[in-house]
Write a protein that binds this ligand. Structure first.
Ligand code: GZL
Ligand code: ZN
Length: 338
């Protein structure tokens, strides 16, 4: 009897799989052959935000490689930066009756209904990389990702230290330290956390002013555009706090076009630690790089396997992250791989 039930379930999956991969192909899903669907281990629906940065594409590769390694069938959907595509993908994972859903919520809000549907379907949900705000915390099994509040604090502490002399002279010079913030995706937990952590550290230091803060959506092209704008508005910017390397690299281009020296005329602290940012640190164009670790694939797949086996997982798990300073021995930094 049970045997028949599983056979029907598998057959049902193959049929839905056809429909799913044909409709998800549109948003960048990887088409998998039936044979893989039949002889793989558990099936995980993985809804990824998009490919907005080197960090993101590395994160996708990390999950795909880890799934392949463990013989886990991954149904991958690329939402191309749109929450509605993510919700569509989650609904198709539910229809396909995946064993586990793992997703990266592009923004914190708007997930309650679809997660309720996943729960009604008996499918456990792992939230990764970015956090969600839901009324009922039991709608997802747990979170693994980055501690963006700490990343913001680390950036603030670097700035506090970097401008020690100017701060100490503030009383007599009354010269402010003017900061620009390149904000990540509006409404994303990582941008909110980074901004909050940064401000927490600078609070009580009136010598600092954030004179400009706009979202560059984690995109290099927008980082460039924003830098062209604020350089046209201010000629006394002391530092840039950028929520990711992609936007910093765009800003560096604009700064150099204006004949200014990034890392010297304008201090830059940036988050992710992709290779290009470490290269900029070595070239003195950036002063501090805060690592945000994209290689969470192995952990994500292990947690998904535990959920598929009916186990509980930790509610909150942060990945290990370093900070790279201009004063470090930069020759010791391993190739970043993204
Ligand atoms: C951080 C991640 C952010 C990266 C950006 O955990 O969500 O999104 O910092 C990426 O590079 O686009
Ligand atoms: Zn102070």
């Amino acid at each position: 009897m049970i045997h028949d039930k599983n056979r029907i379930r598998k057959l049902f999956r193959i049929i839905i799989f056809t429909i799913l991969t044909s409709c998800l192909v549109g948003c960048g899903a990887q088409k998998k052959s039936f044979s893989q669907a039949e002889d793989s281990g558990i099936i995980v629906g993985f809804s990824q935000i998009g490919a907005e940065s080197a960090w993101r594409t590395c994160n996708t590769r990390s999950v795909q490689d880890a799934a392949a390694e463990r013989g886990v069938q991954l149904v991958y959907a690329n939402a191309e930066q749109k929450q509605e595509n993510q919700i569509k993908a989650l609904r198709s994972f539910i229809a396909y009756q995946v064993d586990v859903i793992a997703f990266i919520p592009i923004v914190t809000d708007g997930w309650d209904n679809v997660l309720q549907e996943a729960r009604d379907a008996g499918i456990p949900v792992l939230v990764t990389d970015r956090k969600i705000d839901v009324a009922d915390q039991s709608l997802y099994a747990g979170f693994i990702g980055t501690d963006s509040l700490k990343e913001g604090r680390d950036a603030g502490l670097f700035i506090l230290n970097k401008f020690k002399d100017k701060r100490e002279r503030f009383a007599e010079t009354n010269e402010y330290i003017n900061i620009v913030e390149l904000f990540g995706t509006e409404g994303s937990s990582v941008a909110i956390g980074r901004a909050e952590g940064f401000r927490e550290v600078l609070k009580g230091h009136p010598e600092f002013r954030i004179v400009y803060s706009k979202s560059g959506d984690f995109l290099r092209s927008k980082g460039y555009e924003l830098a062209v704008e604020f350089l046209g508005m201010y000629d006394d910017i002391d530092a840039i706090f950028s929520h990711n390397d992609g936007m910093s690299l765009g800003a560096i281009e604009a700064i150099e076009e204006r004949g200014l020296r990034p890392g010297t005329d304008i201090v830059i602290v940036t988050i992710d630690a992709q290779q290009a940012a470490i290269d900029a640190l070595r070239a003195g164009k950036v002063n501090c790089v805060i690592e945000c670790n994209p290689k969470t694939g192995p952990e994500i797949i292990k947690l998904a396997e535990r959920l598929a086996a009916g186990e509980n997982i930790p509610r909150l798990q942060y990945v290990h992250e370093e900070v790279f300073y201009e004063t470090d021995d930069l020759s010791l930094i391993e190739p970043r791989g993204y």
